[in-house]
Ligand binder design. Structure first.
Ligand code: ADP
Ligand code: MG
Length: 634
């Protein structure tokens, strides 16, 4: 045997913090460490099986794939052994040595806020620190691993106190063994005796029964198999208990929390498949990060094919977790071929319909549940309005939006509340609900009792630009085009309203002059029908890009010509009236330009926008204030 010297490494500082918190947090379900280690072993077996399909050298290794528990009461150890894919040196250091996963920082922040109290289970799992749960039950953890196809093996050891060691070692076959040096059982701390076969039997049955590989336990004479290995989606629906469904979900999703909803589906005919899908209760932190591997697993006739089969579900349903098991595909289907595969397309179509139906039903029958769903995943689902023309109407029907009068409303409910004579669904989009609510664009809408939808998700900017109608109604931005408030109704009134309006009509010459002075910023200056109390606001023309969309495209590195909008002024506002008088007295008064720019600047700020040149705006404002206060105070 060759002599190997151990090298010592430090955990990255975040890793150390995380470990401290994990170990010392009073977390009551310590037994789940076993579920995590079995789940890792099962993943490793899946990987070896899949690779052996294309790598002939690995093929002989993929026989008798199993997990084995080896409890030792005297030594007070528990070993979890698998003959899966294993890890090479770099993989051990990267996956086990550091906890350098995206999101760790945010996770730590949350944990620190919780310090001293119980760490919510779902948090730990979300951040993929499953392996570290070993330290909840062990004061020393050893990991011995050999990558399939390599003859080098590695031994990793840590007491969870900030460092670990690595050294080369020997190992008979490929795979990984995790040896836990168990801390003393302590009922008060919820620590059971994990070297006790009876305890292990119970935990495996409870959390890992469906694992597709045998989980054996070393016996005095012979091994016993602890799990049934039955694919849960092939068992009759009513035979599977709620807990089994939930544990299966946790196994495949790496979530630690029960799901919000479960969807079982089986199709027969041109495409025969079974699906067991789940909607998580909480959006994972990486929902908006591309290329994370979770999603829906593909099986072919009960055999695992791949982890995250993106072609099975549209992007806007990417929050789904679960399994699709097809009867028709071939076992060695490659990722490249999947996309073009007709069966896969059929499955995708069917699943999309089924999931949307389920959500619709939830919306009607369990509105509270649906609200939770919408809060977590509504933003993702709305991407479908843009990308799935066939389901556009359905998704719009299912969408909920805040509005000027409601905390949340569907489009249909909005329509049902419409004022008489209103033919258009109005919305206003912007960066946050707060600025939207305070926007001057809404003044007249409020006054006339017209409800306006407030769209503050980024995806809203995009779809609302492309979709112009819902059912028989036009969709229009309250910050775009001209607005007409129930003309018929007003016409029938005594001519008084009209008269008043005429009176307020500022002469065109003044507006044109102001427009010329501001021509770098705006297309035109005109009288507003939207304003009642603010002096001015900016509006776009019907087909102009909204400022948010412009911003979004720029942030994605796209060239967009700046859109000049229209400055609408409120003829009833004293500022506008006085400006007009200033103009009439002397059309060439310098102050006209000066005040005009301030008027424009405050309109930008009022809608929550950013000024192109804030320094200049501040300077002009200061000058203006000096002037306004006058010299008599000196
Ligand atoms: P997660 O399973 O969510 O990725 P873990 O902390 O449980 O997080 O595991 C981290 C990584 O370590 C795994 O993604 C895998 O790459 C590797 N790993 C853990 N256990 C094993 C094992 N038994 N065999 C091979 N690789 C493993
Ligand atoms: Mg894991």
């Amino acid at each position: 045997m060759t002599e190997h010297t151990a090298e010592t490494f430090s955990f990255k500082s975040e890793g150390k913090q995380l470990l401290d918190l994990m170990i010392h947090s009073v977390y009551s379900h310590k037994q789940i460490f076993l579920r995590e280690l079995i789940s890792n072993a099962s993943d490793a077996l899946d990987k070896l099986r899949v690779e052996s399909l294309t790598d002939l050298e690995l093929a002989p290794l993929a026989e008798d794939l199993h997990i084995r528990l080896e409890p030792d009461k005297e030594q007070r150890t528990l070993a979890i052994h698998d003959n899966g894919i294993g890890m090479d040196r770099d993989e051990v250091i990267n996956y086990i040595g550091t906890i350098a996963k995206s999101g760790t920082q945010e996770f730590l922040k949350i944990l620190q806020e919780q310090k001293g109290s119980e760490v919510p289970a779902e948090l730990i799992g979300q951040f993929g620190v499953g392996f570290y749960s070993s330290f909840m039950v062990a004061d020393r953890v050893e990991l011995i691993t050999r990558k399939a196809g390599s003859d080098q093996a590695w031994r990793w050891v840590s007491d969870g106190e900030g460092t670990f060691t690595m050294e080369e070692t020997e190992r008979q076959e490929q795979g990984t063994t995790v040896i836990l040096h168990l801390t003393t059982a302590d009922e008060e701390e919820n620590l059971e005796d994990y070297a006790e076969p009876q305890v292990l039997r119970r935990i495996v049955k409870r959390y890992s029964d469906f694992v597709a590989y045998p989980i054996r336990m070393k016996g005095d004479e012979e091994d016993e198999v602890l799990n049934s290995m039955k694919a849960i989606w092939t068992r009759p629906e009513e035979e599977v208990t709620e807990e089994e469904y939930n544990e299966f979900y946790k196994h495949i999703s790496h979530d630690w929390q029960d799901p919000l909803q479960r969807i079982r589906y089986s199709a027969e005919g041109t495409s025969t498949f079974k699906a067991l899908l789940y909607i998580p209760a909480k959006a994972p932190f990486d929902l908006y990060i591309q290329d994370v591997e979770r999603g829906v697993q593909l099986y072919v006739r009960r055999v695992f094919i791949m982890q995250d089969c993106k072609d099975l579900i549209p992007e806007y349903l990417r929050f789904l977790r679960g399994v699709v098991d097809s009867e028709d595909l071939t076992l060695n289907i490659s990722r490249e071929l999947l996309q073009k595969n007709r069966q896969i397309r059929m499955i995708r179509k069917n699943i999309t319909r089924k999931v949307l139906d389920t959500l619709k039903k939830m919306k009607n029958q369990e509105p509270d549940q649906y609200r939770i769903f919408w809060g977590e995943f509504g933003r993702v689902l709305k991407e479908g309005i843009l990308h799935d023309e066939k389901q556009r109407e359905t998704i719009m029907e299912m969408s909920l939006f805040p509005s000027t009068t409601e905390e949340q409303t569907s489009l249909q409910e909005y329509i049902d509340r419409m004022s008489e004579g209103q033919k258009t669904i109005y919305f206003l989009s912007g960066a946050s609900l707060e600025t939207l609510k305070a926007s001057p664009h809404l003044e007249a809408f409020r006054e006339k009792g017209y409800e306006v939808l407030l769209l503050s998700d980024q995806v809203d900017d995009v779809w609302s630009q492309m979709v112009t109608e819902f059912k028989d109604y036009q969709l229009q931005s309250a910050a775009k085009g001209a607005v007409e408030f129930g003309e018929e109704a007003e016409d029938s009134e005594s001519g008084e309203g009209r008269e008043k309006e005429k009176e307020q009509q500022a002469p065109a010459a003044f507006l044109q002059a102001l427009g010329r002075k501001l021509e770098d910023h705006v297309k035109e200056v005109r009288i507003s029908k939207r304003l009642t109390s603010s002096p001015a606001c900016l509006v776009g023309e019907e087909h102009d890009m909204s400022p948010q969309l412009e911003q979004l495209m720029k942030s994605m590195g796209q060239e967009v010509p700046p859109t000049r909008r229209i400055l609408e002024v409120n003829p009833g506002h004293p500022v506008v009236r006085r400006l007009e008088r200033l103009y009439e007295t002397n059309p060439d008064d310098d102050r006209l330009q000066h005040y005009g720019r301030l008027l424009y600047g405050q309109a930008v700020l009022a809608e929550g926008g950013t000024l192109d040149n804030p320094t200049e705006f501040s300077r002009e404002l200061a000058e203006f204030m000096t002037e306004a206060i006058g010299s008599d105070t000196e």
